[in-house]
Design a protein around this ligand. Structure first.
Ligand code: PLP
Length: 364
């Protein structure tokens, strides 16, 4: 079969390894496996979301409300935006897919950081767009600006805080950059970890309502997969002026999230106390990772997220460390494919982090 030749340039996305795979391949007992690889909230969903999921069992023979009225009403009230300024996706991933297909034609350019969320480039390649990247691991808006002038991208991704490096941009710096972006260029501000960044440093907080009011050529994306603890539910959203949302809606398949997911996400918006606790715990444990790095003599990128990138010198292979940890049942992310000799570790529960430190010392 001759498939679309564009596929030749696409690498299949490699997701974090599931616990089951480690049990199968390395013979580790399931209860001994700890997954610190996909930036999930280790506490899981909050009490309201859990209750909604259990109660929703009665309704799953019905298709969902395709307008996702209740979810948009609750989310809109939270963010201060109208329903026609929102699109719901099966994860914010699906929103990137809508944006890509609604905006880009073959040969159009997409500008992004060198080290950033891998799916942006995969979606771009699917439609034959060219990806232009900066040179650095963390976001440098000076590089973005000069590459923007040189390549005139139609789409720019700012991932703040960024995955997998963990760096975050200041709101004022983003606004100053956006002042210089042509109106015909769409800028995605991916706030998948914004709940964490805003807690750590108020200067990093982006309010989607303010962003799109000041800069109509932007779209803010958020997700329920990280701080909200609903990664398995696949719910994300895009916030943009109504005219942008109207274009994206043309790309959306019907019923693109399940009614279970919509109910869980709506209820999760009422789980504020659970979220605050998880986020405070995250940074308390993060401090232990930083102290551990100092103690062991390697460096890290200060992180505004629920993960930390640990960097190794040339004498040490991050890939080998990740592999040895896996054999002990500790799943982390090797950042080799991002061109970094580093591993990304999701901050877990206290006992999980203890186990990581212990296993790491054994393999290091
Ligand atoms: C996890 C993540 C997303 C989206 O995840 P979904 O589960 O598809 O909502 C988006 N951007 C970044 C940077 C992420 O790390």
């Amino acid at each position: 079969m001759q498939f679309n030749p564009l596929l030749d340039s696409i690498k299949t996305y490699e997701a974090g390894k599931p616990i089951e795979l480690v049990v199968r391949e390395y013979g580790v007992a399931p209860e001994a496996v700890i997954k610190l690889a996909s930036n999930e909230n280790p506490f899981g969903p909050g009490p309201n979301a859990r209750k909604a999921i259990v109660q929703a069992a009665d309704q799953i023979h019905r298709y969902p409300d395709d307008s996702f009225f209740a979810l948009k009403a609750a989310l809109g009230a939270r963010l201060g935006v109208q329903s026609d300024q929102m699109i719901i996706g099966a994860g914010s991933d699906q929103v990137f897919d809508f944006i890509t297909r609604a905006l880009l034609q073959p040969g159009d350019r997409v500008l992004q950081n060198r080290v950033t969320f891998a799916m942006y480039a995969i979606y771009a390649a699917q439609v034959g767009a060219q990806v232009v990247s900066t040179r650095s691991d963390t976001h440098d808006l000076g590089q973005f600006e000069s590459l923007m002038r040189e390549h005139r991208p139609k789409l720019i991704y700012l991932c703040t805080p960024s995955n997998p490096a963990g760096d975050a941009l200041d709101r004022e710096a983003i606004y100053a950059f956006l002042e210089r972006v042509p109106e015909t260029t769409l800028v995605v501000v991916d706030g998948a970890y914004m709940e964490y960044a805003a807690y750590r440093d108020e200067a990093k907080r982006i309010e989607p309502a303010e962003l799109i009011a000041r800069f109509p050529n932007t779209i803010y994306t958020g997700t329920f997969s990280k701080a909200y603890g609903l990664g398995g539910m696949r719910v994300g959203y895009g916030i943009a002026p109504a005219s942008t949302i109207a274009a994206l809606m043309k790309m959306r398949p019907p019923f693109n999230i399940t009614n279970l997911s919509a109910l869980a996400a709506t209820a999760a918006l009422e789980d504020g106390a659970h979220l605050s606790h998880a986020i405070a715990h995250n940074f308390k444990e993060m401090a232990r990772y930083e102290a551990f790095a100092h103690q062991m003599g390697f460096s890290f990128i200060p992180s505004y997220t629920n993960f930390i990138a640990l960097l190794f010198g040339e004498a040490i292979s991050a890939t080998a460390i990740a592999q040895k940890l896996l054999q002990k049942g500790v799943i982390v992310r090797d950042l080799k494919s991002y061109g970094m000799n580093a591993i990304r570790v999701t901050i877990g529960l206290e006992a999980e982090n203890d186990r990581f430190f212990e296993c790491f010392k054994e393999v290091f």
